[in-house]
Design a protein around this ligand. Structure first.
Ligand SMILES: [Cu+2]
Length: 137
């Protein structure tokens, strides 16, 4: 009798667990697609580096989409396109305020191209990044 009860608990537990895992992964996927469709893509500034998905550079985006910079450093940065870049921008990236990271204004891309950019105060430590803007299909 006792073994039957514990068997039942085991089955119930494993069912609950797999359901929980399924639910978690489904929610994560939903959130991901929402981010890429409605919100600007984000470049993270950390330790005077521009980071996309932990390491990945360049950031690839499309015409009509926007990009902004989120700063976890206690110093200000800029995202400034190189002079020979086909698309020019120069945005100020505020430093973090307490626990709240600084956020730049979004940059919306209106034509395709490959952009190299840098941070004015940290060009000497190679704080730079690259964005590829693809034709929207
Ligand atoms: Cu900087």
């Amino acid at each position: 009798m006792t073994s039957k009860v514990s068997e039942g608990v085991k089955v119930l537990l494993s069912f609950t667990l797999s359901y929980a895992i399924l639910l978690t992964s489904w929610t994560g996927a939903q959130e991901d697609s929402k981010v890429s469709e409605d919100k600007p893509k984000e470049v993270i500034c950390r330790n005077n580096k521009c980071v996309v998905n932990d390491k990945e550079q360049p950031l690839v985006t499309k015409v009509g989409e926007s990009v902004l910079w989120v700063n976890h450093d206690k110093v200000e940065h800029t995202a400034t396109a190189e002079k020979d870049s086909p698309i020019s921008f120069d945005v100020f990236i505020p430093k973090k305020d307490g626990d709240k990271p600084g956020r730049s204004k979004p940059v919306k891309f209106t034509k395709p191209g490959k952009i190299k950019y840098f941070c004015i105060p940290h060009k000497d430590v190679d704080m730079e990044g690259e964005i590829i803007v693809k034709e929207s299909s």
